[in-house]
Write a protein that binds this ligand. Sequence first.
Ligand code: DGL
Length: 268
Amino acid sequence: MKLGIFDSGLGGVLMARAIRRHLPRYDLVYLGDTLHMPYGGRSADALYHYTERAMDFLLGTQDCKLVIVACNSASAAALRRLQRDYLPARYPDRRILGVIVPTLEEALDRRHRRIGLLATQRIAACGIYAEELTKLDPAIALFAQAAPLLVPLIEHGGGRWIAEPLESYLAPLMAQRIDSLILGCTHYPYLKPQIAAIVGPEVDILSQDEIVPGKLADYLHRHPEIETALSCNGALRFFATDVTEHYTAHAGALFGDPALSMEQAVAA
Ligand code: DGL
């Protein structure tokens, strides 16, 4: 059985690359919901519906034992309900994990007290990070900033126009004297050098592509019943709900493999 990685689009390819490097043995299946991206401005109901369809594909058609929902928006809108209702009813022996709680746990492990969060509109507004942080440690402060222009600029190759919006999104967080900054969106690892140059060495950048692979390795170590079910041929397949030449080339560039091939996903 395989390890699945789901994202709204192609930003999660950065996560797939990081998981691949950290855990090269496992057979991976990536699914990007390019037909419906971006998720950042959509309603919770729509996101639940899309994410459930994606799980049908990864757990059903692709026979994944475990799926990482790399998309923050899908994690916020769908993860709890999938874990509580969908999995027990449909796939009781499979698991779906998100990225929000592991990121906060890492921030706490690193003893941060004033955490900045850069995220899509949906994530910044829905309060999921603050809610989960309160459960872990209510004394830690979290400052959220929505950055709605970043995903469209990254998706459309607008890198040279990013500096100005990025500086104005980060300014209110810097004014709060944050000690760390969560990159709360699949796409933002792509901007790490620019973000680091703006926030300086005093602010610890928490990038999910650097955090989740190690947390996943720990999880597999603690759950041999899941780990031993995973096949280990180092295989890797990329699927999208809408395949175009542009998406394929973009995914290849993000993954670092110009020959990457993208297959059309057909739901279960
Ligand atoms: N994958 C989404 C997230 O991490 C960002 C892109 C989108 O809005 O679809 O929230």
